[in-house]
Design a binder for this molecule. Structure first.
Ligand code: EAX
Length: 324
């Protein structure tokens, strides 16, 4: 081998090394529950696909289990650009983008198919675009799931059983307004404080989808679970505008595609947990009321719909209800 050829080879190898090192950007993504939970499954698919779609120029560092704080804090950090990404429920999102609160109305969605079609269709996609005006990039809707009530006091079959219980809610005024009609005493609190609050009896109960109840081991601190399914809890992968602004058109598309794949995987995990999680929670000692009197809850919340119509527009609510 000639010296010149050797030099060329070494230079090429060094350039390749420097090239990869310089071009790889690590983005921080945070979410509320464990890496094994629906948020972890969805985020991992998003991260893998995003890395592939950008030929390894972008990759994630994951922060599960609220390591970067509560969901409101994380949304704020993404807005400020001190955190790159979060996969979060829309619970606190209405504090940043008020229009999104419409999806937080209790008993608005009939079932998963209805909710998912709405989020994936023009109504959901329009809402996603609204985020941009508030300094947040919504890459794709993911999912938390239909929320069910747990508590340490009694079995809830009807709305009057719920009456008088002190229930932790998300920092979401539409939820709080709705739950008051069931006679509940809503107590907003960031998620990372919830387990201890249940353990110490600061609140009697909480409401969350099965995947969250499982992942957070609420069976250790709550006796009763009622499958109230009283509200749908969408989730979303949010990206900081500071990162978005630096992406090429091709990379933007790669991020969005990856987020949509992450969302699909997250929904599949929600399905699996809904199918298998209730048996697990029973095994863990929870008393589960599967046949809740949904009509009693719907009747209770019906008068609050007048206020929701004032806030969001009766036509907008009806348009969601009309989605097949
Ligand atoms: O998004 O705060 C909540 O109850 C949320 O459902 C939880 O953080 C997962």
């Amino acid at each position: 081998m000639t010296t010149t050829f050797k030099t060329t080879l070494i230079t090429a190898a060094l350039c390749a090394l420097a090239g990869t090192a310089a071009a790889q950007t690590v983005l921080k993504i945070g979410y509320a529950t464990s890496k094994e939970s629906h948020y972890g499954v969805g985020s991992t698919v998003f991260c893998d696909e995003m890395e592939k779609g950008t030929q390894g120029r972008y990759k994630c560092q994951q922060f599960p289990a609220s390591a970067l704080g509560g969901e409101r804090e994380q949304i704020e950090a993404v807005q400020l650009g001190t955190q790159d990404l979060t996969n979060t429920s829309t619970g606190p999102l209405g504090n940043f983008v008020p229009e999104t609160r419409i999806v937080d109305i209790p008993f608005l969605f009939r079932d998963y198919a209805h909710a998912r079609h709405t989020m994936d269709g023009p109504i959901g996609q329009d809402l996603l675009k609204k985020l941009q005006g508030k300094g947040l990039i919504g890459l794709a809707w993911t999912e938390n799931g239909f929320r069910h009530m747990t508590n340490s006091k009694r079995a809830i079959m009807t709305a009057s059983d719920a009456s008088g219980l002190k229930l932790r809610t998300m920092e979401n005024k539409v939820h709080m307004e709705g739950y008051k009609t069931f006679g509940l005493l809503p107590t907003p609190m960031p998620f990372p404080e919830l387990f201890t609050a249940l353990q110490q009896g600061t609140v009697d109960g909480q409401e969350n989808p099965i995947p969250v109840i499982l992942a957070s081991k609420f069976s250790q601190v709550q006796k009763h679970l009622s499958l109230t399914g009283h509200v749908y809890s969408p989730a979303v992968i949010l990206l900081s505008p500071a990162v978005w602004a630096k992406l090429s058109e091709a990379d933007k598309k790669a991020f969005v595609d990856a987020a949509q794949k992450g969302g699909a995987a997250q929904r599949k995990k929600v399905n699996d947990d809904e199918a298998n999680g209730i048996a697990q929670l029973k095994k863990d000692g929870m008393q589960v009321i599967e046949k809740v009197d949904g009509e009693s809850f719907r009747k209770a919340v019906a008068p609050a719909y007048a206020n929701f119509a004032k806030e969001f527009g009766a036509d907008k609510i009806a348009a969601i209800q009309a989605v097949k």
